[in-house]
Design a protein around this ligand. Sequence first.
Ligand SMILES: Nc1nc2c(c(=O)[nH]1)N[C@H]1C(S)=C(S)[C@@H](COP(=O)(O)O)O[C@H]1N2
Ligand SMILES: [Mo]
Length: 309
Amino acid sequence: MLLKSKPDIGESEVTDKRLWLDRRRFLAVGAAFIGSGAPALAGPLANVGKSGWRVDDPSTPLNDVTHYNNFYEFGTDKSDPAQMAPSFFGKAPKPWTVTVSGECAKPAAVAYEDLIRPHRLEERIYRMRCVEAWSMVIPWVGVPLGEVLKRFEPNSKAKYVEFTTLVDPERFPGQRGGTLDWPYIEGLRLDEAMHPLTLLAVGLYGEELLPQNGAPIRLVVPWKYGFKSIKSIVGIRFTQTPARTTWMKAAPREYGFFANVNPKVDHPRWSQAKERRIGEFLKRETLAFNGYADQVAALYSGMDLAVNF
Ligand SMILES: Nc1nc2c(c(=O)[nH]1)N[C@H]1C(S)=C(S)[C@@H](COP(=O)(O)O)O[C@H]1N2
Ligand SMILES: [Mo]
């Protein structure tokens, strides 16, 4: 994600940086990891079940998943989150409370443990694609968002769900400046939020999430561009109208509410037809709904997806 008001780093620069990293890695024969060393994970998760949701493509190496991130609360470079998060956010950002409010019968502020514990953790290997035209395959651990939301009993006026990231400029150095309008906000239509593919993730590669990936709890919506997958969530609100999301506020012509992966509708600055899988050399064709069309295309039947982008 990049803002118009920021110095423009085109797709080519992102690509060049990757090639440069790959070359460095190639030169560093024998060294297990590049950058800030071996990824230190936050702690293993117990009782993680398997699930049928797993793509065949090989998973992106852990070091890339934890060192090539977009998390503007820590800065705008892909390397900022891994570099800044350990000192500012701490290794395990808990205790943590999520406040669920709005159009529901049982609003509540719930500790992270109480939000997650009633559910069975499962591993799901999902394709993830950023609007900047890079992609990864990530073995997430989490619980289906819909099952969590049901406990708060959304009422008949609940048509959308809004998600909010923590505001804490002491722990998020990026929030001391005005790169984005804080807090980071995202939204889904209620049926998208209840869809079985939509995951509330608490870990990856079998371990708790590191801060750079959105600890302790984040959204994962694999058929939408990466920016919908909001990190470090403290607020969930059932609403009658769609949220004005962070990226819509920042650049309304570039980022729509739906943000479904769509190779036929280009972003003004990045073609969406192809993507570079992190760690691979040749580009891949981008798939409609990021490969999840069989599961989710029906949610949008009758809608013009060039208008509702
Ligand atoms: N709070 C918050 N959530 C965020 C972002 C962010 O800047 N702040 N960046 C988004 C973008 S643009 C992407 S591509 C994904 C990246 O997730 P990852 O770093 O775990 O791969 O997080 C999304 N969630
Ligand atoms: Mo992104």
